[in-house]
Design a protein around this ligand. Structure first.
Ligand code: GLC
Length: 577
């Protein structure tokens, strides 16, 4: 006799093998597509910024190149970074470090060719390293064929790709991004017989974003590089891309619809590609740039917190930094701040009050030669701080701020600057790999920019090879703190709160998320400070993640400890795993 449940079993087996089961199972599978913050790779990543021309020269012409960076990918993998942000590498007259593009679809021949680029992408991917590239669409180089045709011929289809005025506009000398170096924002072009608009240097004419043809071209550029394998873009000069150049240049109107278009395109073409925006705006503007949930940028550099962080480093006065973190707290769930200490530009202090700015100048850039554009400092971090303890404290803070840390090549070994170079070139000297000729950067007799070969930051002392051998070097310390950061993903993902620990010089942040909790402490003062922990947890169970010496101080229910001058501590206080 057939067991009555047998046909049922057959039916069940059939269902499992057929579309019926799949149809039934689909809703369950679909849940994995809900955007959970932990799926967003950029929330748990460390980004490393490279100027390709200054990183590693492989062919001996004195200029860094793609084959050079390929050779150094093992080093970057070892360091623990997750993504490389490549500064512009397209053909360019290089009057602004490549931010003056003359062909959006090419590779600057000094750096290699398409084959070298794709090899680089392959080798990076092989090591699990993502690549984001600068997208400079606010302007082109004056040498770009579009501009050359536009200026030559009024009836050219490219004429309207740029922004012209027959008459000199009333605000021709307003709104310069590089005051002191740049004299105007509207410049007369003899060939064109008209004035063209340029927010930046006069060799960087602004593209006319109100022209649909220009927007279509930008889509092609984005689509092209995504097809070439990049994982996203560092979108250059965002507020300027969106502005209407015929509105008030000092308080222009912005078209945020363009940002939504860019975001949609990026996402449609490559689901997990990101936009990391350069927008130095006030906190009340943030929401517009991030959009609601998914129509603005994924990541934005937190320039506001950065400037107040430098103020705190200069003065030990923490309140403005705390407020800046609070004021930039509310962003969409899928968005994230990118935190940084220094970048390839000047340290922009334009959002501080004059009094605050002067205090930062006094501490970190007292000579006029160190200052730039009436608002900033053109130095690297290590010489600005001048001592290892404070440098470690600053980096420990960077790696534990609520957001994604972005570091610049050479920061990990504490590279210096060359103030004899012009403007921002001071912080763009070749990477110091070893104590060999030209710091191991190139075998050429002369290099794109001189290597630093005198003073305390000379390559003979400060270089990767020497620091790799020394277990106590800044490089080995940085590799360790990067690992620590990655072991504590709640820093990028969890909720955070600034704690009152009873000392005005100590910043304490508590993270909570996914059953884990972490407290990070940073003493901005060179003097030891006493702190008092409040909160509902057992100090007996606190684990010091960095050092042993402070670890036991909290034992036996003690809640008060002394933290060293420029000291920093990361404590795990609860772990349900
Ligand atoms: C951005 C870049 C800067 C460049 C400017 C013009 O601000 O960071 O280096 O000079 O755009 O493209």
């Amino acid at each position: 006799m057939i067991n009555p449940s047998f046909p049922l079993l057959i039916l069940l087996l059939l269902c499992l093998n057929t579309g019926l089961y799949q149809a039934y199972a689909q809703p369950v599978q679909r849940t994995v597509y809900f955007v959970q913050p932990e799926y967003l790779w950029y929330k748990g990543s460390i980004i490393y910024n490279v100027d390709i021309d200054a990183f590693k020269d492989s062919d001996g012409d004195g200029v860094g190149d793609f084959q050079g960076i390929i050779k150094k990918l093992d080093y970057l993998e070892w360091l623990g970074i997750d993504a490389i942000w490549l500064a512009p590498f397209q053909p360019s007259p290089m009057q602004d470090n490549g931010y003056d593009v003359s062909d959006y679809y090419g590779i600057n021949p000094l750096f290699g060719d398409g084959g070298d680029f794709s090899e680089f992408m392959y080798e990076a991917e092989k090591r699990g390293i993502r690549v984001i590239t600068d997208l400079v669409i606010n302007h082109t180089s004056k040498e770009h064929p579009w501009f050359q045709q536009a200026r030559r011929d009024k009836s050219s289809e490219y004429r309207d790709w740029y922004v012209w005025s027959e008459e000199r506009p009333a605000d021709w000398n307003k709104g310069m991004v590089f005051p002191g170096v740049q004299e105007e924002t509207w410049t007369y072009d003899e060939k064109a017989g008209a004035y063209y608009f340029h927010r930046f240097y006069k060799f960087q004419p602004d593209l006319n974003m109100r022209n649909p043809e220009v927007r279509a071209e930008i889509s092609r550029i984005i689509g092209y590089w995504l097809r070439m394998g990049v994982d996203g873009f560092r979108l250059d000069a965002v507020p300027f891309i969106l502005e209407d150049p015929f509105s008030d240049l000092e308080d222009p109107e912005h078209d945020f619809g363009l940002l939504t278009d860019i975001r949609s395109l990026v996402q449609w073409r490559k689901g997990d590609a990101i936009i990391l925006g350069e927008a130095n705006v006030l906190p009340e503007e943030n929401q517009k740039y991030f959009g609601d949930e998914a129509n603005g940028m994924h990541l934005m550099f937190n320039f506001f917190a950065n400037q107040h962080l430098f103020y705190a480093l200069a003065t030990t006065e923490l309140q403005p930094l705390k407020s800046s973190l609070e004021e930039t707290r509310d962003i969409p769930k899928v968005a994230q701040w990118a935190h940084f200490l220094r970048n390839h530009d000047e340290l922009d202090l334009g959002r501080l009050t004059e009094e605050q700015r002067n205090k930062v100048y006094e501490a970190f850039g007292p000579n006029e030669n160190m200052q730039l554009y009436n608002r900033g400092i053109r130095r690297r971090l290590a010489p600005m701080l001048g001592n290892r303890k404070q440098l470690e404290m600053a980096y420990s803070l960077l790696f534990s701020l609520p957001g994604t840390p972005v570091i610049r090549y050479g920061d990990e070994i504490g590279m210096g600057d060359d103030l004899s170079l012009e403007q921002r070139e001071a912080v763009r000297t070749p990477m110091q790999w070893s104590d060999e000729k030209n710091a191991g950067f190139s075998r050429a007799d002369s290099t794109i920019r001189p290597v630093i070969d005198s003073g305390p930051y000379a390559y003979q002392q400060v270089n990767v090879a020497a620091q790799k051998r020394d277990p106590n070097s800044l490089l080995n310390w940085t590799a360790r703190i990067i690992r620590l950061r990655k072991e504590n993903p709640e820093i990028g993902l969890g909720d955070w709160e600034i704690l009152d620990v009873g000392s005005p010089d100590v910043l304490a942040i508590q993270y909570q998320g996914e059953g884990r909790s972490l407290i990070v402490l940073h003493n901005f003062s060179p003097a030891p400070k006493q702190i008092q922990l409040k909160g509902n947890f057992d100090t007996d169970e606190m684990i010091n993640l960095l050092t042993d010496d402070e670890a036991n101080k909290f034992k036996k229910g003690k809640r008060q400890i002394t933290i060293n001058g420029f000291g920093y501590q990361w404590y795990r206080i609860q772990n349900d795993e």
